[in-house]
Design a protein around this ligand. Structure first.
Ligand code: FAD
Length: 388
């Protein structure tokens, strides 16, 4: 077991041991395969961004900082075609505005351009600046990005946008936002420590144990938040089962696309997931209070600010993974909190962008890797906790 990480993951519905087993035996192997498929390995992103808060300061020290973009001919043909926009526009007076009363059981209706109230979208007007990046060629790892530039970003994420909750904090929604960010921060630090430049002169890469202990493992709350974030994102994926099952994973490579489809189904319908941890997080408990709607707007705005801050990350590769993972979290928030909420009269059906699904699954894989790393060093973690 993982020492003090016994019992239920805070505010979640499954215990640490179950999560560890489910992750190591079923979810991690599937996710590892899934992210290498052509559908999931290309992420659309605008890497050259104007930071709205501070002038660009480029603190990058290493060559490893830069991202290698895909040549035009490498990324999937279907990804290049323009998509219809399905954001609601008033169609009154037009023939197509007539009400269609047929019941449509399809969850997925084709990929569309659609907005997400939780994220600050890249401005598509300069779509020429959008590029596709092969994530497999740009792993998240140590880049040498550190110092005041990196520090300023984490500081503003924490202090301006989600102040650490005090113990008397009665608002579970604010707690959730803090834990999601802290959990993501832990996971990023895990990946930096797991793939670190140990010796610059001989270009030797490997695991930096001291860093892993120092930044994450000796802070039990950071580890707990990482498990929380993993279960939160996993819940979003299971909630979107109907959508994800029907979605088109079309890249023009038929054999590969069939494999993608099959892996997705294995993930969503894994018997172990359904028996061990069918509801990894209970989203229905949130926004119940009187000020629910206002609070949601406020937290939505805070998360949008965090997402905009990603444009200020002064190292290209960090910006790539920062943007991807924050977009993945924003997608999870949208799935869990912005669709089909009958009580608030929100009857919208779920619609996701292709890029949102790519971000969501890649984020889940990153968190799954981090959880596995903690689990795999179980006895060491236990000893460390006893030393405290
Ligand atoms: P930091 O990780 O910068 O943490 C700053 C402070 O936040 C800590 O002192 C602590 O008080 C608090 N804190 C730390 N962890 C947690 C937690 N889990 N929960 C709550 N509070 C916490 N560097 C790379 O080498 N590769 C990357 O891919 C990379 N990606 C990045 C992506 C983003 C979005 C950002 C903002 C930075 C990224 N960095 C990356 C930089 C990296 O995260 C660190 O900022 C850098 O390594 C300096 O680390 P540090 O020891 O100063 O602590």
């Amino acid at each position: 077991g993982t020492g003090k990480y016994k019992g239920m993951v805070e505010d979640c519905c499954c215990d640490y041991e179950t999560v560890d087993n489910l992750n190591s035996e079923v979810l991690n192997p599937l996710l590892q395969d899934l992210v290498t498929t052509p559908f999931f390995r290309y992420f659309k992103v605008k890497l050259w961004c104007d930071c709205p808060f501070w002038p660009e300061d480029g603190m990058c020290r290493l060559r490893d900082c830069s991202v290698c973009e895909c040549p035009e001919n490498e990324f999937p043909e279907p990804f290049k075609r323009p998509l219809p926009s399905h954001d609601l526009k008033c169609q009154e007076g037009k023939p197509q505005a007539a009400v269609d009363r047929t019941i449509d059981n399809r969850a997925f209706r084709g990929w569309v351009e659609t907005k997400n109230p939780w994220t600050h979208d890249d401005d598509d007007t300069d779509s020429g600046e959008m590029t596709y990046v092969n994530l497999q060629l740009n792993p998240e790892r140590y880049t040498g990005y550190t110092g005041p530039s990196a520090r300023r970003i984490w500081d503003s994420i924490y202090s301006e946008n989600c102040p650490k909750y005090s113990y008397g904090e009665t608002c579970p929604e604010k707690k959730v936002l803090y834990k999601l960010i802290s959990g993501l921060h832990s996971s990023i630090s895990m990946h930096i420590a797991a793939d670190y430049l140990l010796d610059e002169s001989s270009n030797q890469w490997g695991q930096n144990m001291d860093l892993m202990y120092d930044r994450i493992l000796r802070h039990p709350d950071r580890v707990r938040n990482m498990y929380f974030t993993y279960l939160f994102v996993l819940r979003a994926v299971t909630k979107a089962t109907a959508y994800l099952e029907q979605a088109e994973y079309d890249t023009g490579n038929h054999a590969e696309d069939l494999k993608t489809q099959s892996l997705i189904k294995q993930l969503l319908y894994s018997p172990k997931l359904q028996t061990a941890c069918p509801v990894p997080f209970d989203e229905a408990k949130l926004w119940q209070g009187q000020s629910g709607p206002e609070l949601k707007q406020q937290i939505q705005k805070q998360f949008r600010n965090i997402s905009a801050l990603m444009d200020c990350v002064g190292c290209e590769k960090c910006r790539l993974w920062g943007k991807l993972q924050v977009q993945g979290l924003g997608t999870a928030l949208k799935i869990l909190f912005s669709v089909g909420n009958q009580e608030t009269g929100d009857h919208q059906t779920l619609q996701l962008q292709r890029n949102e699904v790519i971000a969501l699954v890649n984020l889940l894989n990153r968190l799954s890797e981090s959880v596995k790393m903690v689990h795999d060093m179980g006895p060491d973690v236990e000893r460390l906790m006893e030393d405290q």
